[in-house]
Write a protein that binds this ligand. Structure first.
Ligand SMILES: [Mg+2]
Length: 260
């Protein structure tokens, strides 16, 4: 028996901390901006796309970011402001949709399954995105597909300030050319291991039998096998092969009432 298809939207505010800081300090627009501790031992909490162009990314030591992008403006985070704006966006989503999950301060999964009967899901998500941008002046992107993982990856591809719909049945060709590091939860170690095995793209994972992957990851180290990153890869591969039990797990969305 096949599961009914779902429509899941993943929405993610673009370089959220930087965007909030820009609202209050417009001089930061169009400049490489890094939010993070000012001490030399701090790490990058968020960075603008202008800074990313120099290779700066989240969780990178500030010292390294400074070296890559000497002109970057480094500011301290104002976590009260971030929390406030996160709440404003959450309230808008809460008002507009019946079922959603807030998965981090600036990320949401929205379940629009069944809505197509009344109104196009993509149109609905597009309008919701416009509403959020109009009311908060914060850029936000979204991905829409049949499950959370594909939608999250689609958001990543749509960024910055974009939106992307992955039509039913086109998930595998969409994912195939992407590097494995784009899989949510595939950490640096797992990706390095996969690369050492010659696995660069998702397509290679899609083509590998799960049994082989289990074997190779096991040989590479029992400890890695036990780590969630490794199991995510396995789960991912199963998802691609359409195992219903795994798909069901990925499709779970928490009712919005748990966030009220
Ligand atoms: Mg974000």
């Amino acid at each position: 028996m096949s599961l009914p298809e779902r429509t899941i939207v993943h929405m993610d505010l673009d370089s959220f901390f930087v965007s909030v800081s820009r609202l209050e300090h417009p001089g930061l627009f169009n400049k490489p901006v890094i939010v993070g501790g000012s001490s030399e031992r701090g790490v990058v909490a968020s960075c603008s796309y202008e800074a990313r162009a120099y290779g700066v990314h989240s969780a990178m030591p500030i010292r390294m970011a400074r070296r890559l992008c000497p002109d970057a403006i480094i500011i301290r985070g104002d976590y009260e402001r971030y929390s406030h704006y996160s709440g404003v966006v959450t309230d808008i989503i809460h008002e507009q949709v019946p079922l959603y999950e807030k998965s981090s301060i600036d990320e949401f999964y929205i379940d629009l399954s069944g809505m197509d009967r009344f109104y196009g899901c993509y149109s609905f998500a597009s309008e919701l995105r416009q509403k959020i941008m109009k009311e908060t002046h914060l850029p936000i992107s979204f991905g829409l597909s049949k499950n959370k993982t594909v939608s999250k990856i689609a958001t990543g591809e749509a960024k910055p300030n974009g939106q992307l719909k992955i039509d039913l049945g086109t998930e595998i060709p969409f994912l195939a050319p992407l590097p494995v590091r784009k899989i949510p939860g595939a950490g640096e170690k797992t990706c390095t291991l996969l690369r050492s095995m010659g696995v660069e793209k998702v397509q290679t994972l899609q083509e590998m039998p799960v049994k082989l992957m289990e074997k190779v990851l096991g040989e590479a180290g029992i400890s890695l096998w036990k780590k969630p990153t490794a199991s995510i890869i396995i789960r991912w591969s199963l998802t691609m092969n359409g195992s219903p039990s795994v798909r069901k797990k990925l499709l779970t969305v928490t009712p919005s009432t748990s966030f009220s």
